[in-house]
Design a protein around this ligand. Structure first.
Ligand SMILES: [Zn+2]
Length: 294
């Protein structure tokens, strides 16, 4: 793990593990490189154990401090990863612990690459994997815009679901490693929402369809429909679905989901939650009346 100090066109490299109690100020933040190295080693050991080869931390993680503390580059980003040169973290933007979170973010890209999923994954999954890791390290960031918005939104939803978060990191990480696109990630959110809140989706699917391919196709369609939904809208969508008669033909269910997407596109100003209720209304089983009123 090395720290590059850059000033006046000069560059000095420091071995962070051997920096003793040296302290470095960058911008408004104060960093102790040896302590940072220890924290990064502790966190990576907790998260990936022996799966992380020592050369990654020794040779492919670099912290940088620029004169004046201003990270350069088009996004003024605090970290970057490239399969060729590994992980870089710029100091100055985040405090010591925040910068360690950024380091874990970049290292997660490296671990994703080594697990073989990085190249096949879309940008949403790549960032979601890393955002999960930085949260595990204690850094919680939210983004208003792409390229990080969808990933941060879905990871935040996933991390709000007890059935997901109560599992050890190894299990959560392994599940993320199975996913390669945004729809797969949404499907995972839907799965854990159903599991956490017992919405009855899994049970309803079993009753509605014997055919596993049909079930997968419907789950996929549900994920595509709810790609940008909040947890509330997602809950509402699933709750409506499981109130449909399980005898409803699958193409009718697909038709309802298509209708929601179409109406939402055509009337972007309308309340999506009303659109969902409206489209499902003709298919819902009436709740049994216990008392006749009137
Ligand atoms: Zn990233």
């Amino acid at each position: 793990m090395q720290l590059l100090l850059r000033a006046n066109g000069q560059q000095v490299a420091i071995d962070m593990d051997r920096a003793g109690n040296q302290v470095l100020m960058v911008g408004e933040h104060r960093y102790q490189p040896a302590r940072m190295a220890r924290k990064v080693r502790r966190l990576t050991a907790q998260m990936w154990g022996a799966a992380m080869p020592p050369e990654i931390l020794n040779e492919r993680l670099t912290f940088e401090a620029l004169e004046g503390g201003k990270p350069s580059g088009p996004w003024a980003d605090s970290g970057s990863f490239s399969p060729r040169s590994g992980s870089f973290v710029s100091l100055g933007r985040w405090d010591e612990d925040g910068s360690i979170g950024i380091a874990l973010h970049e290292l997660a890209h490296e671990m994703h690459l080594r697990a073989g999923g990085y190249d096949e994954s879309d940008g949403v999954v790549r960032e979601a994997v890393s955002l999960l890791a930085e949260r595990e390290a204690g850094l919680i960031r939210t983004f208003e815009r792409e390229p990080y918005y969808t990933a941060s939104n879905l990871v935040a939803q996933l991390c709000a679901l007890p059935a997901f978060t109560h599992q050890p990191f190894e299990k959560r990480w392994h599940e993320m490693m199975q996913i390669t696109n945004d729809v797969g990630l949404v499907d995972l959110v839907n799965y854990y929402l159903d599991k956490s809140e017992r919405l009855g989706l899994a049970r309803w699917l079993k009753r509605a369809m014997d055919n596993l391919d049909l079930r997968d196709a419907l789950l996929n369609k549900l994920a595509v429909t709810s790609l940008r939904y909040s947890l509330e809208l997602r809950r509402q969508l699933i709750s409506n679905l499981v109130r449909c008669d399980p005898q409803t033909p699958p193409d009718q269910v697909a038709y309802v989901l298509d209708a929601i997407v179409t109406l939402d596109r055509r009337y972007p100003g309308d309340d999506l939650s009303q659109i969902i209720d409206f489209c499902f209304a003709p298919y819902l089983r009436q709740r049994r009346r216990i008392f006749a009123l009137g």
